[in-house]
Design a protein around this ligand. Structure first.
Ligand SMILES: O=C(O)CCC(=O)C(=O)O
Ligand SMILES: [Fe+2]
Length: 191
């Protein structure tokens, strides 16, 4: 499915994984990824991020966080296998993945673009969702009325490419009624 959004390049596979595979991955990864709650600097104050996360990647794919460099965690066997499948579908290679665990509907991610210089000018980002369905919103930088909401279900894959990050921000809003967890993996290529 190719959601139509001017200036963006999106492909969504709503049921990319079979339910059994998705269930197994959710439980396996939940147990083996060393998630932590990071601190964010927000308007000069330190606050705890409203989610747990973990950066995983090939050696050398360090990332900067609040001015500090962090080495990535190592791939697990399950993540390496998943990376293979994602690469095949998306037709690009990835050397890192950001794992986010939203424990319930109070956990969220604010408006941002994945536009760090290390990702290059038109990054391909592949987002695998496991667990409870959550709403993913995209909003044009230059016109907030141009927006799109996608429901990212258990086992779905969303590919963002082209000028998507340049033209749009995205967010995962809080969702009061959600009581279950969602695990999201965004595969990236760091240059
Ligand atoms: O959880 C999601 O679907 C989005 C995650 C995201 O935007 C990110 O990791 O940069
Ligand atoms: Fe993002």
């Amino acid at each position: 499915m190719r959601p139509d959004l001017p200036g963006a390049e999106l492909t969504l596979w709503p049921q990319w994984l079979a339910i059994d595979d998705a269930d197994r991955l959710l439980h396996g990864l939940h147990g083996e990824i060393p998630f932590t709650q990071h601190r964010l600097r927000l308007f000069g104050r330190e606050v705890l991020a409203p989610r747990l996360s973990c950066w995983i990647g090939d050696p050398g794919t360090d990332y900067q966080y609040s001015g500090v460099r962090f080495a990535p965690h190592a791939w697990t066997p399950a993540l390496l296998e998943l990376r293979e499948r994602v690469q095949e579908t998306c037709d690009v290679s990835f050397n890192s993945v950001l794992a986010n665990l939203y424990r319930d509907g109070d956990d969220a991610m604010g408006w941002h673009s994945d536009d760090e210089p290390e990702l290059g000018s038109e990054p391909v980002i592949a987002s695998v969702s496991l667990g409870v369905t959550r709403r993913f919103r995209l909003r044009a930088r230059d016109d907030s009325r141009r927006s799109l909401d996608l429901e990212l279900a258990h086992g779905s894959l969303l590919r963002m490419a082209g000028a998507t990050q340049r033209n749009y921000r995205h967010a995962l809003p809080r969702s009061k009624r959600v009581a279950r967890a969602r695990l999201n993996l965004t595969f990236r290529h760091i240059g």
